[in-house]
Write a protein that binds this ligand. Structure first.
Ligand SMILES: Cc1cc2nc3c(=O)[nH]c(=O)nc-3n(C[C@H](O)[C@H](O)[C@H](O)COP(=O)(O)OP(=O)(O)OC[C@H]3O[C@@H](n4cnc5c(N)ncnc54)[C@H](O)[C@@H]3O)c2cc1C
Length: 394
């Protein structure tokens, strides 16, 4: 007899698990509280839709925090497996100049979602919309307060807490906690960070990018781009420092980053440019000889004293290591992802809750972190597939 599997939540982790469960062994139903599935997946598709990253799986494994926690799942279903699987669903992908993996140009996010859904249809996966899971009564699942469902296996894939309007609102945390499941409070990740800019400065420079910089916090240094905004700093390079910046805020309520505005040239190389310049004014040297953009020059002027600005040695030190104090993380709703949720210690290596047999948790609802660039979705896909395969083989 087939086992009954209830998958709760209808995001990418859930869909992949359902797509890979063996229809000869399992009768699978997805319960989603929204009227449609994959709303956050579609939101992700509105920006650059990075389905994954093309780097080697060995490197990819190291991008996740805690280190190595996804090793097995990623080795079993990596970025190449994902591309092959999508191609078989008629969704060809390509690797962009950033090395990220996108659906071929012209393929809309909804088409990717629909292709995955058609795969579920073939596997006879049932989908129940507007089923809001509210807790357990003993081993029975309760939806919408009064609908009860009994199943052999339960897979939770409820997502994190950012962008709550997509359905992933983290409201389930207390329900798990009250059942003795180890949980961690949610915190925002891959988000903007506040800077207390002077009004006059930010009026002039909001929206300006700092390109080809490195930005560092604690032991992490990230190449890329950040954008100055009214709130502070945003962009891939600073998003990637979220774990380190969060750590500083958690420990002392104070956080800061250092920006190297000219990472490709050493301090002595920059000083050489000063010495060899035919320009008289420092601003002209910065623009003409150091090739700094107007916003880079304005930022340096904003932070350094006149004395430092007029002293090439001290000025170069600042250009290579400009300290920016941060005031706060962006509100949790605005983050691309969250950490917190179900603690990894609450699960065994097969994503099964240690204190509740036959109950599994996957996806962003678990307490892990990864930078943007396709790592978040790849993790959710890999966890879904890894769990499905282990259930197929059990
Ligand atoms: C603006 C934005 C852009 C992004 N861009 C990218 C990107 O380009 N690349 C990338 O890798 N990642 C990106 N992400 C992150 C990625 O979308 C998420 O990490 C991923 O969707 C998480 O998948 P999931 O299946 O774990 O959860 P989710 O996709 O959050 O799905 C969880 C589902 O569970 C449902 N649910 C929640 N509670 C209940 C309940 N009680 N009962 C029933 N159903 C419930 C929700 O309605 C939701 O449909 C982006 C995120 C955002 C917000």
């Amino acid at each position: 007899m087939k086992k009954i599997v209830s998958i709760i939540g209808g995001g990418p982790a859930a869909l992949m698990c359902a797509a890979f469960l063996d229809p000869d062994k399992f009768e699978v139903t997805i319960y989603e509280k929204n009227k449609t599935l994959g709303r956050k997946f579609l939101v992700a598709g509105k920006g650059g839709f990075n389905l994954s990253h093309s780097e080697s799986v060995i490197n990819m494994i190291t991008r996740y925090t805690p280190a190595l926690f996804l090793e097995e799942a990623l080795l079993a279903f990596d970025n190449k497996h994902l591309r092959d699987w999508l191609l078989a669903l008629n969704i060809p992908t390509y690797i962009g100049s950033s090395k990220r993996i996108y659906p071929e140009k012209g393929i809309k996010p909804i088409e990717v979602l629909n292709s995955i859904l058609s795969c579920l249809e073939k596997n006879k996966v049932q989908i129940k919309h507007q089923y809001n899971w509210s807790g357990w009564e003993a081993d029975t699942l309760v939806f919408n307060s009064d609908v009860r469902v009994v199943s052999d296996l339960v897979v939770f894939a409820l997502g994190g807490k950012s962008w709550a309007k997509t359905g992933s609102d983290g409201s389930w945390l207390e329900t798990f906690n009250s059942q003795g499941v180890l949980v961690k409070p949610f915190q925002v990740s891959n988000c903007a960070f506040g800077v207390n800019w002077a009004q006059e400065f930010i009026e002039k420079h909001q929206g300006a990018p700092l390109k080809n910089i490195t930005i560092s916090c604690l032991d992490k240094c990230q190449k890329g781009e950040v954008v100055l905004t009214r709130f502070g700093l945003e962009g891939n390079a600073v998003y990637a420092l979220s774990p380190q910046i969060r750590d500083l805020f958690n420990k002392s309520n104070k956080a800061f980053v250092f920006i190297d505005l000219k990472p490709r040239v050493s301090a002595s190389g920059l000083l050489g440019k000063f010495k060899n310049s035919v320009c008289k004014k420092t601003t002209d040297i910065l623009k003409n000889d150091l090739n700094m953009s107007s916003v880079q020059v304005a930022l340096v002027k904003y932070y350094v004293s006149k004395e430092v600005f007029m002293n090439p040695t001290l000025l170069v030190e600042q250009i290579k290591n400009l300290k920016i104090d941060l005031t706060s993380c962006a509100p949790i709703q605005e983050g691309i992802s969250t950490v917190g949720g179900i603690a990894l210690d609450a699960l065994d290596s097969n994503f099964e809750l240690k204190n509740r047999k036959d109950t599994y948790c996957i996806g962003e609802m678990l307490d892990w972190d990864a930078p943007t660039g396709g790592y978040l979705l790849q993790a959710c896909f890999s966890m879904g597939v890894a769990l499905a395969r282990s259930l197929n083989n059990s």
